[in-house]
Write a protein that binds this ligand. Structure first.
Ligand code: NAI
Ligand code: MG
Length: 505
């Protein structure tokens, strides 16, 4: 049963006071079962992007901290691998139950540090984290190998063994969920994990690490905060790290892959996207408009690798669809992320804010095309410094525009008219990315043909749900390598198969 005491300065019971919790978590890593400051003693500020206020500090990790966490993990992993697989799963499921009690707390804390609205995003994310842990918690006995009919007098079997210490590097957009997709299968499969959090969102994941450490053996799951080159890079290159799993930009993913290649260790990469949504005139228009709002993740300010940032609409309904989408987004409330009335919060950081704004300027300067800014900016003077950007809908930009080619990672989508499905299929596939796609039609023949021919890891017809437990998730082309969220993801990406042969003659 989970321990009810906490290992340090934070409250043991769930708290609604996210500001006090942020302060209590300040300046700390969680290494080898305890909160500790960085070896260097240095910290960096964590900022609420809705107000610009500093809400706390994070420990500034470097190679020394990495080494401490990885060595502790390596020691803990040796014992963990001896724990029966179902029991490992049961402990991860116990973590899920504990996290479930903290859903509201974690939702508030992540809303405070990322600017994601509590009702539409942050609390939802916290709930899904517990769901992912519960799902993997039941899969311990599925770590199966196979027997191979090699020869009548020879028994030839494969068994799955853990890889050792897993280094996990996570981004800031959905940090708790994206971390859960890594740590849950890694732990159930018998590995230890060291997570390097994103510099913009280090606190909620640190609380999760502390909570899970009340259940898990010491050292098995540690959490470091810090910057990519100083803290992420030494984690990837550490000799005791035997697998790296990364979610983030294509650029950083390639650096991680190149470093891991020097050690010949396996890597899972979940990178960017430029996901198309294709809308046919026979679909239910209202549902497709609603689908565009969720597909584009407007409630997450479009900060999603699967955001439907290219929307192709049949010419016969193009103008109607554009107007209906703009009206629907207009009705969404932008404001204080912690206010239950708010639909849309803020961009994560000044850097991302400038990046998104510069794309909007590029779009407005294109010779062809029109645009609309939707939703009113918040009027509250307390939010005057907030990183709010109105959702922008561009229509009819040239296909060569940078807004159409590049990942913006903000509330900006582009609509295009199309006439014929073979042509729009070619346009949809004309991208460096291949993460997700959706098709909106009741014509099964066209829908399924397109689903087979779209170059994407995940294609949905008449819906565009986010990642779901037990459905493999992962991109092709520049969108990444490997799968997450499924049984396959655990077995293929967090174990290796050993072959054992027995001569019975
Ligand atoms: P990033 O890829 O630089 O950061 C992701 C993580 O990698 C962070 O924890 C960071 O500290 C770490 N990192 C950075 N450099 C590293 C290195 N050399 N070695 C090891 N770890 C390193 O992404 P960033 O700068 O936050 O955002 C830039 C763009 O990336 C966004 O505009 C967006 O287009 C894309 N992105 C995609 C995400 C996705 O879900 N696929 C998530 C976040 C960003
Ligand atoms: Mg970066």
């Amino acid at each position: 049963m989970p321990d009810t005491t906490s290992a340090g300065p934070v409250p043991a019971a769930p708290t609604a006071d996210c500001r006090a919790l942020a302060r209590a978590l300040s300046g700390l890593h969680f290494i080898d079962g305890a909160f500790v400051p960085a070896g260097s003693g240095r910290t960096f500020p964590v900022v609420n992007p809705a107000t610009g206020e500093e809400i706390g500090q994070a420990a500034l990790g470097d190679g020394t901290d990495v080494d401490r966490a990885v060595r502790a993990a390596a020691a803990a992993q040796k014992e963990w691998a001896k724990v029966p697989a179902r029991k490992r799963g049961r402990l991860v499921a116990d973590c899920a139950r504990l996290l479930n009690e903290h859903v509201d707390e974690l939702g508030r804390l992540i809303a405070l540090e990322t600017g994601k609205a509590l009702r539409t995003e942050s609390r939802v994310e916290a709930g899904v984290v517990a769901d992912v842990l519960e799902f993997y918690g039941g899969l311990g006995s599925e770590l199966k190998g196979e027997s191979v009919p090699f020869h009548p007098t020879m028994l030839s079997v494969t068994v799955r063994e853990p890889l050792g210490v897993v280094g996990a590097i996570i981004p800031w957009n959905v940090p708790m969920l994206l971390m859960a997709l890594k740590i849950a299968p890694a732990l159930v499969a018998g590995n230890a994990v060291v997570v390097k959090s994103a510099e913009e969102a280090p606190l909620a994941v640190l609380r999760i690490c502390e909570l899970m450490n009340r259940v898990l053996p010491k050292g098995l799951f540690s959490m470091l905060s810090g910057f990519g080159p100083e803290c992420g890079a030494p984690l990837v290159s550490h000799p005791l790290v035997k697998k790296v799993t990364f979610t983030g930009s294509v650029e950083t993913g390639k650096i991680v892959y190149a470093t891991a290649a020097q050690k010949l260790i396996p890597v899972t990469l979940e990178l960017g996207g430029k996901s198309p949504m294709i809308v046919f005139p026979d679909c239910a228009l209202d549902r497709a408009v609603e689908g565009a709002v969720t597909s584009m993740r407007f409630t997450r300010q479009g900060q999603s690798c699967t955001a439907a940032s290219r929307i192709y609409v049949h010419r016969s309904i193009y103008e109607r669809f554009g107007a209906a989408l703009a009206a629907r987004v207009d009705a969404m409330v932008m404001g204080d992320p912690l206010d239950e009335k708010t639909d849309i919060g803020t961009i994560i950081s000044p850097g991302q804010f400038e990046k998104v704004r510069s794309y909007i300027e590029i779009g407005k300067a294109e010779k062809d095309g029109s645009w609309r800014a939707c939703s009113a900016m918040p009027a509250d003077p307390a939010l005057a410094k907030g990183l709010f950007i109105q959702p922008h809908i561009f229509m009819g930009l040239p296909p060569t525009s940078r807004l159409v080619r590049e990942e913006i990672f903000g509330p900006v989508t582009c609509l295009f008219p199309f006439d014929d499905w073979e042509a729009v299929l070619a346009e949809a596939n004309d991208s460096d990315y291949g993460l997700a796609a959706s098709i909106w039609t009741n014509d099964l023949r066209v829908g399924l043909q397109m689903a087979h021919r779209l170059e994407a890891g995940l294609v949905q017809i008449n819906q565009n749900l986010v990642v779901q437990a037990n459905l493999s998730y992962g991109g092709v082309k520049q969108s990444g390598l490997g799968k997450e969220a499924s049984l396959e993801a655990m077995n293929e990406h967090f174990t290796h198969k050993k072959t054992i042969m027995v001569n019975m003659a």
